[in-house]
Write a protein that binds this ligand. Structure first.
Ligand code: ZN
Length: 479
């Protein structure tokens, strides 16, 4: 029926349900697509065409909502303990490529995922991020469950707009309440700090906590026992963070009402490593305070930096991950181990899968943006050179809130590279990090030009994304 009208339909999007057909159609403007509704059009806002048989609707938040109401699989949902992967998309056009990558892998996807920090830098709202992901899932014909991650929520005030937009996965980052100095404090200082913790929020006391933890725990072959010092260190380092996580949880529960959601606890963006004993302490405290969570992102040994493989001793990391996995088993495998800053950590994936038996959430964010830049490098070399030079000028400022170690001096001199060598710059450690952390500034300055080019080369962008994510997902797939 819809095909008889001779509209430029995107085939993968076409779906018929309850006597109504929905599809995306392209327009003369690259990237501008319209929703075509043939049948029951009530609830949609658009223009009736072809003797009023079809309504063409702009991709507005209102029409997104109406479409979600009609096609329930376009609403994000909870994913539970399935092996899962988050695909951050800073530009809002990468989801069709993500769908192609994740399809038939058995990995449960999170297509909408943006932190408050990223939203600030890209100028997008939680609703826009979710709607963009939804339109992408619709366009590519994704019909299975997918999640929406309100990433790195730090303050109570961060929560509300994500609830309003219908997010299903809430990543709580209590980093502002983690006391990294505890690593250096002596026992007397720790004692003093411990007595000043918000014990009423923790519904406990230092005394009671000491009684609870001063014993040997049988965790497979790990000799895990707290002594006064290690317990005080764990309590001081994470006690206030645990209290904050409980506060954040209550707020989410309050605002979400009956709507199902899941939570992740992330302490990955702290200065110090999360010791196994501290993982144990955090989880038992959260259980005691009835904080439900589906995954935990500790800070592992070594360095997980943006956009590059693991930096550190891989054997040491493996032992570390094995230890975290033992603790997870002690808690009956009730949550997943989450790999934050997870893009491009190709050596880490098989290790994590092996030790957790698939209880893993992989979180990637900037890598899809870097693939966009790789595409730009191959189709418009002078524009790419402009972006690189600008990114270099912004690096010292923009790197401040990220874990990166690239130095500008190690970047190849861009004027000495031929056009053919440019895409390869995206394989160079320092260049990747410089381009990774400057995305906000680059989008501010070049956003519309970048969008325009990518929209003109959408099929290529999807190919680039799929090629890059195939390398990620091969370690996680169950099909
Ligand atoms: Zn993180």
């Amino acid at each position: 029926m819809l095909y008889n009208l001779n509209l430029p339909i995107i085939d993968t999007s076409v779906v018929t349900l309850d006597n109504t057909t929905y599809a995306l159609v392209t327009t003369a403007i690259p990237g501008e697509k319209l929703l075509a509704v043939l049948g029951h059009t009530n609830g949609f806002v658009g223009e009736l065409q072809h003797s009023d048989r079809v309504m063409l609707c702009a991709r507005t938040p209102e029409n997104a909502r109406a479409l979600r109401a009609r096609l329930p699989w376009l609403q994000p949902s909870v994913l539970g303990l399935q092996t899962s992967a988050g695909f951050g998309d800073r530009l809002g056009i990468a989801t069709p490529g993500h769908v192609q990558s994740v399809r038939d892998t058995g990995v449960a996807p999170i297509f909408a995922q943006q932190s408050v920090r990223e939203n600030t830098r890209t100028g997008r709202t939680p609703q826009q991020v979710l709607d963009d992901a939804m339109w992408g899932a619709f366009e590519a014909g994704w019909r299975e469950p997918w999640g929406a991650d309100a990433d790195h929520l730090k303050a109570l005030a961060d929560i509300e707009p994500f609830i309003a937009a219908g997010y299903t996965f809430y990543t709580i980052d209590p980093g502002d309440y983690v006391d990294d100095d505890a690593e250096e404090d002596d026992t007397a200082t720790l004692r003093q700090k411990a007595s000043a913790l918000p014990w009423s929020d923790l519904r406990s006391s230092l005394n009671e906590t000491q009684q609870r933890y001063h014993r040997q725990f049988d965790i497979e072959d790990l000799p895990l026992a707290f002594d006064e010092y290690t317990l005080l260190k764990a309590v001081v380092k994470y006690g206030a963070a645990v209290a904050h996580m409980a506060r954040m949880t209550r707020r989410i529960q309050e605002l979400a009402g009956q709507r199902p959601f899941e939570m992740e606890i992330s302490v990955d963006e702290t200065r110090t490593t999360t010791a196994l004993l501290e993982h144990f302490y955090i989880v038992s405290e959260l259980k005691r305070l009835s904080v439900p969570f589906v995954s935990l992102a500790p800070r592992f040994v070594g360095r997980f930096e943006k956009g590059v493989d693991y930096i550190g001793d891989l054997a040491e990391l493996e032992q570390n991950i094995a230890g975290h996995a033992s603790i997870m088993r002690y808690f009956h495998n009730a949550y997943k181990l989450s790999l934050h800053t997870g893009s491009d950590k190709f050596e880490v994936y098989p290790i994590t899968m092996r030790h957790t038996q698939g209880l893993v959430h992989l979180k990637t964010a900037g890598t899809s943006y870097l693939e966009a830049l790789r595409l730009i490098a191959s189709i418009d070399s002078s524009f790419f050179r402009e972006i690189v030079e600008f990114a270099c000028s912004r690096y010292d400022t923009d790197r401040k809130t990220y874990h990166v170690s690239a130095t500008l001096a190690k970047l190849p001199v861009i004027t000495s590279l031929t056009d053919e060598q440019l895409p390869d710059l995206l394989n160079q450690f320092d260049a990747r990090q410089v381009l990774h952390v400057t995305f906000g500034s680059v989008l501010d300055t070049f956003g519309s030009r970048l969008d325009h080019l990518l929209n003109e080369h959408q099929a290529d962008y999807q190919v680039f994304i799929k090629r890059h994510f195939d390398k990620h997902l091969v370690a996680f797939r169950s099909r």
